[in-house]
Design a protein around this ligand. Structure first.
Ligand SMILES: Nc1nc2c(c(=O)[nH]1)N[C@H]1C(S)=C(S)[C@@H](COP(=O)(O)O)O[C@H]1N2
Ligand SMILES: [Mo]
Length: 395
């Protein structure tokens, strides 16, 4: 591997006027309604996805109730620009910065990365804005961004190497505090403002804890849309931290910033980190269910911080509550990390007509889904209990 002791300057200008642009982005993308291509390469069958142009969300009714993990072909996509084509043979991950011993610069091929000890790690991979549309439909609040329902999420078992192992091998200074991950996709340009490549810094503590450099998902190579040939995974943290098509990691002894942690993906000015607690039913919106003595319902709950310890459900709009039966405790067999918690509920003799289903999960840190999510203009971290309408029809 080549080691150069020179610090490189960023190759793009820092733009100060980014704040104005962001609110206009998502509505415009949503209106464009391009059918996947060219921003997304994989097929987006309408029975699996809602297609927002550069983004696409998974339909919960299409989830295989027996499958713990979300296959890549069914995983949501969130692209700021478009999926790039990257040649794995010439690909190099560049590490640099004054947080590395001697301010060295290193370029690692995939083969060199794969020489480190491999790790398998499951995480619930989720967009910060998942559930955003409910700020409007359930709380009457105006928010900007892709109007996701609850499908900007999936459980994935990643294969890769620990970032801490790579940093230790390259030489990490003890006073390093911050790591900036930068993608190889096109610069993000909005309203004529070039914000540079998608990039977001994260604390060295996360890098030394469970951050993964992943080339595989669920035992297969990453699909182009999900970061081929290499992506960062910050388990349990807001999806924006898991930079796809990872081009470089800058390790610094001072706090790094980018618009993705100062302007976007912040709440009350603070960068978002661990995901909140959320739940979803494996049902379409306005699902029609056949009346029966026992109607078997299923759903999943997850938290970015801790295992789910209980899930309470209501089939009468929140008037009464029962405990759901947890069928899988959120581990995915082999490997480390944490998936989601699957649960079922037997709904006894529901009456024919309209009903509202609710699910409220609690994690081991004592975080429970609230009735109302905290308002914020970008509609991040909607964690309130979702009111899910269904109709029971006579069998
Ligand atoms: N390089 C790059 N990385 C990125 C993004 C992006 O647009 N470019 N989007 C981020 C966001 S906001 C999310 S939610 C996740 C989505 O990952 P996925 O498309 O593989 O599901 O990737 C993150 N990493
Ligand atoms: Mo996201």
């Amino acid at each position: 591997m080549s080691i150069v002791s020179r610090r490189n300057l960023l190759a793009f200008p820092v733009v100060a006027s980014a704040a104005i642009a962001v609110t206009q982005l998502a509505p415009r993308l949503a209106e464009r309604a391009v059918a996947g291509a060219p921003a997304i390469q994989k097929p987006l069958p309408p029975e699996w996805f809602v297609d927002y142009g550069t983004n696409a969300e998974m339909r919960w009714e299409s989830v295989d109730p027996r499958a713990e993990l979300t296959p890549q072909p069914r995983l949501f996509v969130r692209n700021h620009t478009a999926t790039p084509v990257i040649d794995p043979a010439s690909y190099r991950l560049r590490l640099f910065g004054d947080g590395l011993v001697g301010s060295r610069e290193v370029r690692l091929s995939l083969a060199e990365l794969k020489a480190f000890a491999h790790t398998e790690l499951t995480s619930v991979h989720e967009c910060t804005g998942n559930g955003r549309s409910f700020f409007t439909t359930q709380q009457g609040e105006e928010v900007s961004g892709t109007p996701w329902t609850l499908g900007a999420v999936g459980a994935v078992r990643w294969t890769g190497v620990r970032l801490r192992d790579v940093l230790a091998s390259v030489g990490l200074r003890p006073d390093a505090v911050s790591v900036m991950a930068t993608g190889l996709d096109d610069h993000y340009v909005d309203d004529g403002v070039d914000h540079g490549p998608v990039r977001r810094p994260f604390p060295i503590g996360k890098a030394l804890d469970d951050a993964l450099l992943a080339w595989g998902a669920n035992g297969e190579p990453l699909l182009p849309d999900h970061g081929f040939p290499l992506r960062l995974v910050l388990p349990g943290w807001a999806g924006i931290g898991s930079i796809k098509w990872l081009g470089s990691l800058q390790v610094s002894t001072s706090e790094l910033t980018s618009p993705w942690n100062t302007i976007w993906y912040t709440i009350d000015g603070k960068p978002v980190t661990a995901n909140p607690v959320r739940s979803a039913w494996e049902l379409s919106w306005d699902a029609e269910l056949a009346a029966a003595k026992k109607v078997r319902l299923a759903g999943r709950s997850w938290s970015g911080a801790a295992p789910i310890v209980k899930v309470d459900v209501s089939t009468d709009g929140g008037a009464s509550w029962s405990r759901a039966r947890i069928v899988a405790a959120g581990r995915s067999g082999a490997g480390e990390g944490r998936g989601w918690t699957r649960w079922t509920y037997e709904w006894r003799s529901p009456s024919v007509g309209e009903h509202v289903l609710l699910a409220r999960a609690t994690d081991a840190h004592g975080r429970t889904q609230p009735d109302v999510a905290r308002a914020n203009p970008s509609g991040y971290f909607f964690d309130a209990v979702v009111r899910h309408p269904v109709r029971v029809a006579s069998a």
